[in-house]
Design a protein around this ligand. Structure first.
Ligand code: PSU
Ligand code: MN
Length: 306
């Protein structure tokens, strides 16, 4: 596991929980710095941590500050990544450069999964996963979240993939990469801001204990890929589908017009949503992440019992 010279700092509460076999939930930080606007981002970040604690698990938000990896942030550190202008969005390939240069970065689903798994955290909550972008046939834009989930044994609770993506193509890639996918009390693959992306899903689970059983079975098989628990946004928080589609089309047009490429595409489109829907997408985004964090905590608790 980790050597003494490991650059990973565990918050005392996280260290105690891991050592005692108590439930812990990893939380990503890119949604705080690049997914949600200020000042709501810090409010949501705190709420996510509170809901994890309220459901009986220890929250562990993961980020890099001045070249050091932290698993579990202090209040000041959380504020720092929410408000500093020099925070970089780091996926796995960015980690070595950020560390070597003593940089400050927030971690994507891919980078958070790798770090959580390194320190022995089994459950991770986020909003929407990265995947295959629309127009990927021309741009080859496919999130490293996919390949990382293909070789990282972690359980990720999310509301599907971001609706700005090519959802059908992303589902095909999840299958190719051996990534186990179960719907939490749904037969439809969730569509992030929408409860139904329009795609069906193979497996359904109704209780956190069933997910803990699947985690245990995966471990016995020594499988190296992730388990995705797809938890749809609740109906009262869903975005209006027509507003969603119109906003998305406008955002895609602007992104192409302004030549937005690479890792800037996702933050650009999310920001466009938040502004164009006058906060409705922000409310939906916050609600789904908070719900996912609560479910992740209940899964971590069920797993700790087994
Ligand atoms: N989902 C959100 N907000 C976000 C992201 C996902 O609701 O900000 C972030 C996650 O960190 C995810 C990343 O890992 O976007 C994917 O970016 P890309 O498509 O550039 O790989
Ligand atoms: Mn990309």
């Amino acid at each position: 596991m980790l050597s003494d010279s490991s650059p990973i700092h565990l918050h005392p509460s996280v260290e105690e929980a891991i050592q005692g076999g108590s439930p812990v939930v990893a939380l990503e930080s890119t949604i705080i710095s690049h997914g949600l606007p200020r000042p709501e981002n810090i409010r949501v970040a705190r709420e996510i941590e509170s809901i994890v604690a309220a459901n009986g698990a220890t929250p562990a938000t993961i980020a890099i500050l001045d070249g050091e990896i932290y698993v579990g942030l202090t209040n000041d550190q959380l504020e720092s990544i929410a408000n500093r202008d020099d925070v970089v969005k780091a996926s796995v390939r960015d980690l070595p450069v950020v560390l070597a240069r003593s940089g400050t970065a927030t971690t994507t689903v891919a980078a958070t999964s790798i770090i959580a798994q390194r320190v022995g955290i089994e459950v991770f909550a986020t909003g929407g996963l990265g995947g295959v972008h629309r127009q990927a046939r021309e741009t080859w834009d496919e999130s490293a979240d996919l390949t990382t989930m293909g070789n990282t044994p972690i359980t990720i609770v999310c509301s599907g993939v971001k609706s700005i993506l090519d959802v059908g193509a992303t589902l095909e890639r999840l299958e190719t990469l051996n990534i186990c996918l179960v719907g939490y009390r749904t037969e439809r693959f969730p569509g992030f801001y929408l409860a139904d992306s329009g795609h069906p899903m193979g497996w359904q689970v109704a209780e956190p204990s069933e997910i803990a059983d699947i985690m245990a079975a995966r471990q016995r098989l020594d499988l190296n890929s992730a388990l995705i628990v797809a938890n749809p946004i609740s109906p009262e928080h869903e975005l209006d589908p027509d507003l969603h589609d119109a906003t998305l089309n406008e955002g895609l047009r602007l992104a192409s017009e302004q030549h937005i490429t690479g890792k800037d595409v996702t933050p650009f489109l999310l920001d466009h949503f938040h502004r164009a829907t006058h906060g409705a997408s922000l409310e939906a985004n916050a609600a789904l992440i908070i719900a996912n964090a609560g479910l992740a905590a209940r899964i971590a608790c069920a797993r700790a019992l087994g």
